[in-house]
Design a protein around this ligand. Structure first.
Ligand code: CA
Length: 251
């Protein structure tokens, strides 16, 4: 059972979500505004495992809530609900620290799957961190503790940190998960469909643009020129391919 905080001012939507998450076995609390949510998350004694955060809130909006959480070094898994047709919201959501996002209106099954993906991923992270601090070698299952280096970049999947030119960037859960999936399949074409299934745990999604938005983010981290990607290349009509050493592959 996970403890989920829903931050949504539209009472009927919040109640519907609460009902369905509880039916899935989660314990749920609803905050009707961002200030209350921050209060519970940062000062409260309550512990949550994940947050479903609406962007449109009275007073402080969802972007601000996310930024303040991250500024306080609270990295709780965060699924942001954005307005459909506003791609700028998605990018703003990531910039403010959301781990994943879903445009409204959404299908409940997709929200549940995306939330489950975040919870699963953060469970692995926790397990691998605890194992590492206890000196236990990493298990293949939770191999979140890989460190990957290519082209002057080092990615530590156990801390979600990417180091480049002396700077450290903290990846979100889903950014790290997607990057890891692509790196594990290095050199191979990875289809959008397989990304949805393997990374997000979805059988289908009406919005595969989600993946493209994540790729845009990842390119900013790992490419010298994100507009002319060499490591994370688009395979038209299919998906993407990761190449650690693009110069050694000539096709
Ligand atoms: Ca709202």
């Amino acid at each position: 059972m996970s403890r989920v905080l829903i931050v949504e001012d539209e009472a009927h939507l919040a109640r519907g979500l609460q009902f369905n998450l509880e039916a899935e076995g989660h314990s749920v609390r609803v905050a009707g505004d961002g200030e209350t949510a921050l209060d519970w998350l940062l000062k409260g004694k309550e512990d949550f495992d994940a947050v479903v955060l609406d962007v449109m809130l009275p007073g402080m909006d969802g972007f601000r809530v996310a930024s303040e959480l991250r500024a306080a070094r609270n990295y709780i898994p965060l699924l942001m609900l954005t307005a459909r047709g506003r791609p700028e919201d998605v990018l703003k959501g990531f910039a403010s620290g959301a781990d994943d996002y879903l445009p409204k209106p959404f299908e409940l099954a997709i929200l549940l799957a995306r939330l489950q993906g975040l919870l699963r991923r953060s469970g692995w992270m926790r397990a691998s961190r605890e194992a590492a601090s206890a000196g236990v070698p990493p298990s293949p299952e939770g191999a979140a503790d890989e460190v990957v280096t290519f082209s002057g970049r080092t990615i530590d999947f156990s801390t979600l940190e990417l180091r480049v030119n002396g700077n450290t960037i903290r990846l979100t859960l889903m950014e790290a998960e997607l990057l890891r999936h692509l790196i594990r399949n290095s050199g191979k074409v990875v289809s959008r469909k397989s990304i949805l299934e393997q990374v997000w745990g979805l059988k289908e999604d009406t919005d595969t643009r989600a993946i493209d938005n994540f790729i845009v983010r990842l390119r900013r981290y790992i490419e010298d020129d994100p507009a002319r990607p060499r490591h994370l290349v688009t395979v038209r009509g299919v998906g993407y391919r990761f190449l650690a050493e693009p110069d050694s592959v000539r096709s």
